[in-house]
Design a binder for this molecule. Structure first.
Ligand SMILES: NC(=O)c1ccc[n+]([C@@H]2O[C@H](COP(=O)([O-])OP(=O)(O)OC[C@H]3O[C@@H](n4cnc5c(N)ncnc54)[C@H](OP(=O)(O)O)[C@@H]3O)[C@@H](O)[C@H]2O)c1
Length: 237
């Protein structure tokens, strides 16, 4: 049985990744900050026909990342999905000025970078041996079109730059890992109805995840290091 490792598996896109990968027959290692409060994830674990293991993990806590990777050192992982992320203080519409030029709150920016940029890179470093021991050898990052220098229009500095910097790290990592046959992909999920978006989004989590799994399936040596929307459209960096 293949294994997928997912961060932020308790709600939104992460929870839907857990659901769809378990339905596809994958073993799932789902991580989240507060497993005891993750009711839907725990319910899924109870009813799933495949193995779902839940571990506590805050992606900003490097010690916790290292100790989880040590405790899973004998577990091959086929796919890592770096999904956990924040847009900034919640709800975003009340706090957006903290990310605007002239009214910037730098502590917000730091927290967003720690979560959206350092978190996924640190996880990729710490679980690299698990990926080497897996068959698929794929590291996936849930980025955003907002981080595209050409296409991103939202001027939320903290969130946008966290994804732009993540994109650069992904393209460097794709080159660094090519010789080890590990493939890397940046994905934008679309504008999806999750807590992050309040009410304006137009896409169901089911459609977004179904599309992203298709792109992950198609990832290989020839297209490693690209940036795609959930439906396969190429996004310019
Ligand atoms: N929804 C969209 O339209 C959209 C568009 C582009 C990109 N994205 C990206 O998609 C990813 C998932 O977002 P979503 O839409 O599913 O949002 P969401 O519903 O707000 O879920 C965010 C997830 O990230 C987790 N998380 C946040 N900080 C964390 C930390 N320090 N450690 C561990 N987990 C943490 C949350 O856990 P808690 O429950 O503990 O807070 C939650 O599970 C994010 O990277 C986001 O930037 C989303």
């Amino acid at each position: 049985m293949k294994t997928v490792f997912i961060t932020g598996g308790n709600r939104g896109l992460g929870l839907e990744f857990v659901k769809q990968y378990s339905q596809l027959g994958y073993g799932v290692i789902a991580t989240c900050r507060n497993p005891d409060e993750a009711r839907e994830l725990n319910d899924l674990k109870e009813t799933s026909t495949t193995d779902i293991k839940i571990h506590s993990l805050d992606v900003t806590n490097h010690q916790e990342i290292d100790s989880l990777s040590q405790s899973l050192s004998n577990t091959p992982i086929d796919i890592i999905i770096n999904n956990a992320g924040i847009i900034g203080p919640f709800p975003i519409f009340k706090h957006i000025e903290k990310q605007r030029f002239k009214t910037m709150d730098y502590s917000v920016w730091e927290e967003v970078l720690r979560t959206n940029l350092f978190g996924p890179i640190k996880i990729s470093e710490s679980f690299l041996e698990n990926i080497k021991n897996g068959q698929d050898k794929k590291i996936i990052f849930i980025s955003s079109t907002v981080g595209s220098i050409n296409e991103g229009k939202e001027s939320a500095y903290a969130y946008a730059t966290s994804k732009t910097a993540l994109n650069k790290a992904i393209s460097l990592m794709a080159e660094n890992l090519k010789s080890e046959h590990i493939h890397v992909l940046a994905l934008c999920p679309g504008y999806v109805k999750t807590r992050m978006n309040g009410g304006g989004a137009n896409l169901e989590t089911y459609e977004s995840i179904k599309g992203m799994i298709k792109q992950i399936d198609a990832l290989n040596e020839s297209n490693t290091g690209i940036f795609l929307r959930y439906n396969g459209e190429k996004i310019t960096w």
